[in-house]
Design a protein around this ligand. Structure first.
Ligand code: SF4
Ligand code: SF4
Length: 398
């Protein structure tokens, strides 16, 4: 197992993410297979395990904690997260003191080695961006009491919201988990986010290294090119090798769902085999094909002249994201921009097109994005529905 230094710790470079645990045919968590995976992980030197309040409806915390409890507490590091991103206008907020106690209980521990504010993004800045919510005071107090060893945050925000968040709390936070892989290096402006975090002195944790499996298999022609260069390695291993070669983060989390996936990852992390120039060029080609919906390079030449001051590359990134892997994170981020800064605010003046070296028809893309997002349920509506369902379930139990 490869290791990286973090303060006085040696952390395995590969961490076990408990968001997609193995399931039985009826959809419940397969505890026996999870135990077998944890046994293999522990025997192979993985010492970092990551869960969160919403994963598997709260059962990820329960199953992971129970499985790890078969090993001495000091032999594993457990990370959990505060779901502040679920606090939105008009919904009864989740309170740090209630959630934190519940999480310790669910996991069966009396401290967390790592604790994160979950999913800082343009929308959750409504909650995280308001110091009057006092969540940071509470978590710093828990750190002083030794119930949190290291405090950090996970982030799906664009570079601007990340900078805004760091300007408020950067000095109290020790690490940041971002979505990072060779596709999101440009698609989600991850290269800029890495630069921002590095200049703030904050170590990088990686989530979605294979983009939820999207970088784990390709068409026969692409896979043949990859196998010709690395005949003994799997297709997903390329994504991990890229992370070790290019941004070189402290922690790479993989949400492993089976023993076979874990065995393949363990093989990859048993030795460092950096990608060479030819291999990096091939990944560049693959990323360009995958992200080739709108070929925005993020140069920002279009931004200065926009009369509505729209963050055009971020909006185009969201359009690409929705085309590649539509999900609520992108809808939530878009909602968080507000109606005066989302794609619907574009007046079609065309200033940006004249500035764009890639000749992208930006007003047209804004129209399409606006129509697409209007067709999605807004994040607030989803949270309200969830809160109402939880309320009904509580009432039924009572
Ligand atoms: S066309 Fe839209 S995005 Fe482009 S400069 Fe005008 S208002 Fe801004
Ligand atoms: S000028 Fe074109 S390529 Fe550059 S950020 Fe704007 S849309 Fe993207």
């Amino acid at each position: 197992m490869l290791y990286n230094d973090f303060q006085d710790l040696k952390l395995s470079a590969l961490g076990f993410g408990a968001m997609r645990l193995p399931l039985l045919p009826d959809g419940s968590i397969d505890g026996a297979q999870l135990d077998a995976m944890i046994d293999l992980a522990m025997a192979s030197g993985i010492n970092y395990y990551d869960t969160a309040h919403p994963y598997h409806g709260g059962l990820s915390e329960v199953f992971l904690g129970k499985s790890l409890s078969r090993y001495p507490r000091e032999s594993w590091n457990l990370a959990d997260k505060f779901p502040g991103h679920q606090n939105v206008r008009g919904v009864k907020p989740l309170l740090p003191e209630e959630v934190f106690e519940e999480q310790l209980q669910r996991c069966g521990v009396d401290y967390f080695d790592f604790y994160l504010l979950h999913n800082v993004n343009e929308n959750s800045m409504f909650y995280y961006g308001n110091p009057d919510n006092h969540f940071m005071d509470y978590f710093l107090e828990q750190k002083e009491k030794g119930r949190i060893r290291h405090l950090g945050f996970s982030c799906h925000a664009g570079p601007e919201a990340l900078e805004q968040f760091l300007s408020l709390y950067g000095s109290s936070l020790e690490f940041c988990q971002i979505q990072l892989n060779y596709l999101d290096w440009t698609l989600q402006e991850a290269s800029r986010k890495c630069e921002i975090l590095r200049s703030a002195g904050i170590p990088i944790w990686v989530m979605e290294p294979v983009r939820g499996g999207k970088l784990a298999s390709f068409n026969a022609e692409t896979e043949a090119k990859m196998r010709a260069l690395r005949p003994d390695e799997s297709i997903p291993s390329w994504a991990f090798r890229w992370l070790r070669t290019v941004p070189h983060p402290t922690m790479i989390l993989s949400g492993m769902s089976s023993l076979a996936q874990m065995e393949d990852n363990l093989k990859t992390f048993s030795s460092d085999k950096p990608l060479n120039k030819e291999e990096l060029a091939l990944l560049g080609e693959i990323a360009a094909q995958l992200a080739g919906f709108i070929p925005c390079t993020g140069c920002r030449y279009c931004c200065a002249g926009c009369p509505k001051k729209l963050n055009i590359p971020t909006l185009l990134g969201m359009a690409n994201d929705m085309a590649f892997n539509p999900g609520f994170n992108t809808v939530a981020r878009y909602t968080g921009l507000g109606s005066d800064k989302n794609a619907g605010a574009c007046i079609g003046c065309g200033q940006c097109v004249r500035a764009c070296p890639q000749k992208i028809n930006i007003p047209e893309e804004m129209k399409k994005l606006s129509a697409l997002m209007d067709g999605h349920k807004k994040w607030e509506e989803v949270c309200k529905e969830r809160a109402e369902a939880a309320e009904r379930a509580r009432a039924q139990k009572a």
